[in-house]
Design a protein around this ligand. Sequence first.
Ligand code: BGC
Length: 811
Amino acid sequence: MKYGFFDDASREYVITTPRTPLPWINYLGCESFFTLLSNTGGGYSFYRDARLRRLTRYRYNNCPLDQEGFRIYIKDGCNVWNPGWQPVQAELDRYCCRHGLGYTVIEGERDGIAARQEFMVPRGDNCLLIRFTVSNGGDETRPLSVFPYLEFCLWDAMDDSSNFQRNYSTGEVEVTASAIYHKTEYRERRDHYAVFWANRPVDGFDTSREAFIGTYSSPAHPEAVFGSGCTGSVAHGWQPIAAQQFDLVLQPGESRSILFGLGYIENPEEEKWESPGIINKSRAEALMAKYADDTAFDAALQDLRTYWEDLLSGFQVSSELESLDRMVNIWNQYQCMVTFNMSRSASYFESGIGRGMGFRDSCQDLLGFVHMIPERARERILDIAATQFPDGSAYHQYQPLTKKGNADIGSGFNDDPLWLIAGTDAYLRETGDWSILDEIVPFDNDPDLARSLMEHLRRSFNYTRTHLGPNGLPLIGRADWNDCLNLNCFSAHPGESFQVSGPSDGPVAESVFIAGMFVKYGRAWADICRHRELEDEAAEAEEAIAGMEAIVLDAGWDGAWFRRAYDAFGHVVGGKECEEGRIFLEPQGMCVMAGIGKESGQAEQALASVQEYLDTPFGIVLHQPAYTRYHLELGEISSYPPGYKENAGIFCHINPWIVCAEAELGHGDRAFEVYRKTAPAFIEDISEIHRTEPYVYSQMIAGKDAVSFGEAKNSWLTGTAAWSFLGVSQAILGVKPTLDGLQIDPCIPASVSGFTLSRRYRGARYEITVENPDGVQHGVKEMLVDGCPLAGNVIPVRDAGSTVQVRVIMG
Ligand code: BGC
């Protein structure tokens, strides 16, 4: 069942009922100011860091769901309703929400009154703009009152939701003609305030939640709206809000629009005050003046559309498969931008106060984003590298605002270092900008410990090379990619962290998965060394990699698949002797992607085992059999009920590894089959089962052991976005940036007769036509570049600005 449809021409998903299975959200903002916005107008805004600079409140786990947001109440006689249905939930005669790229439009209609809210975050400014348009479609004059409403957060979202003994006394606002300023803590340590404004005079306002809503009422029934209007309250402590009132009289056929804004303003220390106690509003006034009318709003929206059009034009495919095109051309790339911006910090499943930016997560996000804005990828790589320790290990997370490593979680996730090589390698392949390796970057954010990025990568590689266990496999530390496989941490008491309490750095537990990474990204490191003419270092690295490959095929091989790990007692994890967790997905994906066992047949066998034991109609599960009891020696993985999350859930992030692995072996049919099972547009029809947004990937779909098999959770912020884009663009469509040029190596279903693709690469445009006359799955028979035959399938780098015509004949 569907709750809307894709409008590809407008690059929108159109939701036709407010009662979606879960709130279906969008992200507005692509630089510093962000808003999460649901299809009914719920959500919140923040500046750069969802924990430290939260502008508006959001109560997770709330009941009813999704109450806080950017609400507009329309009072029409004794009828009160919202164009987005929430929170009053008065039935609408018509409802529609269009989530577009960086903007959302919500429309509602009731009793001949149509209302439209257009939301956007303009580029270059730190604000959310909302254009509200109301029209009288009837033939009578209609007097109406309109009330916008939002609730401020007292900046630090963690503190805001816990330190009430202080918070109830600190709230402060200032009110001018059409603007409400939220200035809590501005008098002391803050240099920023928020402003909510309207572009026309108000007929009333409130800034105290209690006055507007009522002590025992709710946003579904604000007393001011249902009663006699705004009260002019000025908040002192408690809960500061912004609410305004506009009394309008609409003639038949008449429309009116009001522009609202929510801005974040920073003032330098010496310019904080206009007069004692009165904040300096000049920057806010400039912002309000800039967005004072429809022309400014329309121009900003057009600018956003042009921006996205240009970004997406870097990779556009045209194939026989509509859902494939819409994933590749629009939604997967869009999600890659969002995951790049947010890492795993703020979504409807990530509270914004938890994890900040993940080291491994952000490195992987780069893989799907680097082709869009390489300059921002460059900056990100340097930020991430600065949170690495001098020995090559790394802080597992960091705060986006401070860019400092998070000491609570610390380091010891032993896959982290290698992901830095993965991200940097992707950047080099995309851009050829070797100068990044010479950038001087601190270790542990300490400028005294700064070294070149090249040295950071060297230490990444060497960290893994020198931290090996009894079988010669890499030590796992607190966890590897699977945060929940905690082989050294024996967490036996409620509330204890599964990862960081206890002796987390055992000398025994080893990861076959990291070994696969070492081979894959070690090769990338060796190539980088060779390009820098460090021949000896490259050869030395290759020797270590060959040694590791042999160990994987020995201690890491179980007979029909790759093992997962060895635990702290030296027991196999993910082997035939295990009663539960006999076969795991991650090492099959990573080892085959690394090419381990490709010649000798183990790779082929491992993927056949995946299909036999782990595949389901909704995607591939992480392991089988699921853990049915808590295994102290394995950790958090076995704390989830069977089928959920890391305990045999369909962890979408890993599915594209299998896409890449299948393509590595030339299996185009199977690669595509795996791809389509989790690709949102392909499963739009089962939205009532899947439940999360049909335009973006979710982290997890409940596995076959779960009661709710097929139900997704944790949408938007997942490495699935980047890896799926990599899988479809590089492994299936076969357009692969290499250090020396663009390689074309498609691996597609035999039934696909071909496709065309336009790709921007190092400033040149490649217009590629792939033909598959013999119905093969893999292999390039002939390639013509600007009409001339090419030896091999890597097109040497072309001049920026040029257009290259490429014809690829498979066979
Ligand atoms: C984390 C990833 C991790 C994955 C598997 C996600 O929630 O963000 O870093 O690799 O879970 O545990």
